[in-house]
Design a protein around this ligand. Structure first.
Ligand SMILES: Cc1cc2nc3c(=O)[nH]c(=O)nc-3n(C[C@H](O)[C@H](O)[C@H](O)COP(=O)(O)O)c2cc1C
Length: 164
């Protein structure tokens, strides 16, 4: 596993990113910290950062970037890596020189509160208008929730960690 990475650090709103971070930490045998509870990690530590996606932005990235050396970054969204390609995440989040990954987390409507709930209800109106099977899946996910978290989705990241 990538020797210079000392920890997995993450930001999660409803738990999907937290679960991926825990699975990755286990696979890579690294400690895992929520960004807001990562004070014991010295600043400048080399970490792999994971954050949930909000309107294409990787949450917590700015703060993580200020504190740590980001050896790699992963965005976790409701959409698949086809919907959120790493190159697009790189561009939207100004991550030019950093390896970027994309994972599909899920959607937990009951756990979304406050301003995020309002934002999502607006986005849901747009997303629900998609036609065909994709639209049907989206409508069901937005109402009932959906969970894609699986250790099998981590192959690209663990493979990259092993090679580097
Ligand atoms: C306000 C808001 C905006 C979102 N924007 C996106 C988005 O742009 N792309 C996406 O794939 N998912 C988006 N999502 C879905 C979350 O990224 C997804 O549910 C993710 O798995 C949440 O991870 P968490 O459980 O770690 O918070 C959005 C969710 C909320 C509440």
């Amino acid at each position: 596993m990538r020797s210079q990475i000392k920890a997995i650090v993450y930001t999660s709103n409803t738990g999907f990113t937290a679960r991926y971070a825990a699975l990755l930490a286990q696979a890579a045998q690294l400690p895992c910290y929520e960004l807001k509870h990562s004070r014991e990690l010295p600043s400048g530590t080399s970490v792999f950062y994971m954050g949930w996606l909000m309107a294409g932005q990787i949450k917590g990235l700015k703060k993580a970037r200020k504190r740590f050396h980001l050896a790699g970054v992963c965005g976790v969204g409701m959409g698949s890596p086809d919907d959120n390609p790493p190159d697009e995440l790189r561009q939207n989040n100004h991550l030019d020189e950093i390896p970027v990954f994309s994972l599909q987390g899920g959607y937990a409507p009951a756990q979304i509160k406050g301003v995020y709930r309002l934002m999502m209800s607006l986005a849901a109106k747009v997303m629900s208008k998609k036609a065909g099977q994709q639209g049907e899946t989206m409508r069901k996910a937005l109402t009932d929730g959906i969970d894609f978290v699986s250790s099998q989705n981590l192959g690209d990241i663990t493979g990259w960690m092993q090679k580097n």
